[in-house]
Design a protein around this ligand. Structure first.
Ligand SMILES: CC(C)(COP(=O)(O)OP(=O)(O)OC[C@H]1O[C@@H](n2cnc3c(N)ncnc32)[C@H](O)[C@@H]1OP(=O)(O)O)[C@@H](O)C(=O)NCCC(=O)NCCS
Length: 106
């Protein structure tokens, strides 16, 4: 799912669902237009679309350092459910934990 503004791609979100569960794989907004509510709009539209397909639980992983994304998801109603140690490898080779989040819908 994507947001186009003035013929330009400003953000997109990718999710996959199987039966009543879904995973959000990524959400990205162009750095030039962050803080304008585009990610919130993408997430709300995606959650409504998944609910319409019968999804009841939505899962995702987020870097422990990614405060912006965590606040986005907490604001939408997600909760922390656990963590995966050293899940990500950053560009400098340092490993970082993934925080697991989940939300019930429908
Ligand atoms: C995370 C990201 C998608 C947010 O996109 P955005 O369009 O700027 O977000 P929005 O303007 O819709 O903000 C929605 C909420 O996210 C949170 N948020 C967004 N940017 C934030 C920041 N810099 N610091 C803290 N919270 C932030 C806030 O809770 C905000 O709600 P509020 O404005 O009511 O406080 C964007 O920063 C991005 O593309 N980051 C790089 C990719 C990434 O980290 N994706 C997530 C991977 S799990």
């Amino acid at each position: 799912m994507a947001i186009i503004s003035d013929d330009s791609l400003v953000g997109y979100m990718v999710a996959a669902h199987v039966l009543d569960q879904a995973d959000i794989h990524t959400v990205v907004v162009d750095v030039a237009v962050r803080g304008r509510g585009y990610a919130k709009q993408l997430l709300q539209t995606m959650l409504a679309r998944l609910a319409g397909k019968g999804v009841e639980q939505v899962f995702l992983e987020v870097r422990k350092s990614n405060q912006a994304a965590q606040r986005l998801y907490l604001g939408a109603g997600f909760s922390f459910t656990g963590k995966r140690r050293h899940y990500y490898t950053n560009a400098d080779g340092v490993r970082e934990d993934a925080l697991l989040m989940m939300m019930s819908i429908n």
